[in-house]
Structure formats: C-alpha cells, structure tokens
Design a protein around this ligand. Structure first.
Ligand code: ATP
Ligand code: LTN
Length: 328
C-alpha cells in the first residue's frame, strides 16, 4: 500500500496557490493509501516569526486540513513538533547531506539572497535535512507537493540513495507527485512570480471574504491581445487565470481553453471568479465551523500519538543501522 506524506508550514496566511497546488488534493489519497499530513511548524521557525502568529497559523492549517475533507479516521493529521522523532532523525541525517548541495537549493538562495551571513540561521540552510527526515520517518513513497518543492524531494532521494548504499536497504525511496494542473499558481499582480504566503502582493488568501477574492480576480493583471489562450510565456496573466479555473473545475487546461473561446477578458475573469467562489464557499464554511468547535484539538492529539508510533519504529531502524546502541 502506498504511504503518502505531505505538510504545509505555518509561516503565513494560506493562499489559493497552497490550496490548488497541495491542500485540495490530499484527501484524494485517503481511501486507498496510508496518509500522513502534518503542520510543518519546526520549518516555520527557520525564518523569524512571532510566537502568537505561529500558534494561530498552526491552528488555521489544522482546521483547513479538516475543512478540505481530510478525515482523521482515515488519515493521520499532526504537528511536526509534537513528534520528537523528527528532530532526532534530523540529528542523524544532517551528516549525510553536504554543504555544497545545500548551498545550491533554490529556496535557500531565494529566501536568503538579501540577507548577510550574520542574519542567516543554520535552520534555513539545513532545511532540506529536516524535510528529508519528515519524509523518511513515515516510509513515504509518495510526496504530493507543488512545483517549488520538487528540488527538496530530489535531494531527499539523493540522501536515501546515499544512505542505503552505505547501510543496506534501510530507507524507502520517495517520489514527488506534482499536479498536472495547479502545481504553480502565480501572483495575480505579477504573473511571472509564484503566489506565495510570505510575499503577499497579488495573493488570494483562503481567509479573504468572497467579495475581496472576486475583486482581486477582476483586477488581476492580464496581457495585451484579446484572446483567452494558454501561453505562459507570452500570456502569463491569462494562462494563470486559466490554470486557476481548470484547477477549481477539475478539468484540463485544453478543456478550459475551449470553454472561453471567443470570450472577452472581462467575461472570462467573471467566470474565473465564479469558479473560485463555487470551490471555496463550502470549504470556508466548514473551516469556520471547525475553528468555532475547536475540533482540531482532539485530532492533533490523537494524530501525534499515531504518528509517533510509526516514526519511532523508523527512527530505531536508522539508529541501529548507523551503529547507535539501541537498548530496547
Ligand atoms: P512560503 O511563502 O512561506 O515559502 P508557500 O506559500 O510557498 O510558503 P509552503 O508552505 O511552502 O507555501 O507550501 C505548502 C504547499 O503548497 C507545498 O506543497 C507547495 O509546493 C504548495 N504551493 C505553495 N505555493 C504554491 C503555488 N503558488 N502554486 C501551487 N502550489 C503551491
Ligand atoms: N517544505 C515544504 C513543507 C514541508 C514538506 C515536508 C512537504 C516540510 N516537510 C515533507 C512535504 C514533505 C514547503 O515549504 N511547502
């Protein structure tokens, strides 16, 4: 049976990009696979963050997970920090990834390009080690993520290969699973940049009210010309809106393109806003109910117990393999 693992870090308000690229699809696995979905709160500490903001963001993500249809009876939902094996495995795995590899990571370069060495914490540099540990702990073979995370899964694969070559077949080889549509939603104000929760210009936030969301879509940057056509290079704005539409409707880009043959930009944007509203309205309602009932508390508590059982077994296996004396 497939083992699925993914997580979102509570660094800010979740965006439509997080939803369409990752969150929306997690539930699709829970009927036929073993699914582990977590809140990557230790990762959120890798850049400065206010403690109260971190706590609230974590509660939000847990509630969004439940609102997306993830069922705690069918999957395991937990906080990374409540399973200590993540930090313990990290301490071992940091010896099997090297400075040169870590320096080449796009996320590290993007996030730290404007900082000097006295501002860059070790955690953001070593980020891929912790992420690899997250994946390895649950013997996950499938890691559903947006496009920006492929490089981190690839370095995990390098680590697994390196480790298994040295110690035998100890770790499961994971693979990133990327959506055909929606793996990279772009900013509405600059469609050449990724929509990102830490760079909130041109973002749609899941907590925005529907009126604001519609307004943002209606004022999204479009391109010269009049044709609604998928051409990311020459028409990044229109292509991004087509992607958002296709992803909300669960159809291909080609089908979306056909739907808008002959449409004016204004009418097209209105249809995109309708599709987003249709998709997000029930989701947002469920989120409000979950926040009000605090349903996430029990889920996170039980999730931590379930996750810890699985994680501690893998940790033991790794400790033994590298020669740590494990006394049962
Ligand atoms: P940050 O801005 O703090 O780096 P982020 O918005 O990129 O955060 P993450 O927590 O890194 O979000 O990502 C959670 C999941 O959402 C990941 O699987 C990531 O690949 C996916 N994701 C993030 N942004 C987008 C986007 N614009 N389009 C599609 N998927 C995305
Ligand atoms: N790096 C990811 C969050 C994350 C993750 C993981 C995703 C941390 N550990 C393990 C998948 C598997 C991000 O920034 N979205």
């Amino acid at each position: 049976m497939d083992r699925i693992l993914s997580g979102i870090k509570p660094t800010g308000q979740l965006t439509l990009g997080n939803y369409l690229g990752a969150l929306k699809h997690f539930k699709d696995f829970q009927d036929q696979s073993e699914v582990f979905i977590f809140i990557a709160d230790l990762h959120a500490l890798t850049l400065p963050i206010d403690p109260e903001v971190l706590r609230n963001n974590s509660i939000d993500i847990a509630s969004f997970y439940l609102a997306s249809g993830l069922d705690p009876k069918k999957c395991t939902i937990f906080l990374q920090s409540s399973v200590s094996a993540h930090a313990e495995l990290n301490a071992i795995m940091q010896n099997y990834l090297f400075m040169g590899e870590l320096k080449r990571m796009t996320q590290f370069k993007d996030k730290c390009s404007k900082m000097n060495d006295s501002q860059i914490g070790l955690g953001i540099f070593a980020y891929p080690v912790l992420m690899a540990s997250d994946i390895i702990l649950y013997d996950a073979n499938i890691v559903p993520v947006g496009e920006d995370q492929i490089q981190h899964v690839e370095i995990t694969r390098d680590l697994v290969h390196r480790f298994n070559t040295k110690y035998g077949d100890i770790l499961i080889m994971p693979k990133a699973q990327i959506r055909k549509v929606g793996a990279r939603i772009m900013s509405l104000s600059d469609p050449t940049k990724k929509m990102s929760k830490s760079d909130p210009k041109g973002d749609i936030f899941l907590k925005d009210d529907m009126k604001t969301i519609r307004k943002k879509i209606m004022s999204a940057v479009t391109d010269s010309g009049t044709e609604v056509k998928y051409d990311p290079e020459n028409k990044p704005g229109i292509s991004n809106l087509l992607t958002i539409y296709a992803s909300c409707k669960d159809i291909s880009i080609e089908e979306a393109e056909k739907t808008f043959n002959g449409f004016r930009y204004g009418d097209f944007k209105k249809a995109v806003a309708d599709a987003v509203e249709e998709e997000l309205t029930p989701f947002k309602q469920r989120y409000e109910e979950i926040i009000a009932s605090k349903a996430y508390v029990k889920v996170l508590k039980e999730g931590a117990e379930k996750a810890s059982k699985v994680a501690s077994k893998t940790l033991k296996r790794v400790q033994k393999a590298v020669g740590l004396l494990t006394i049962d």
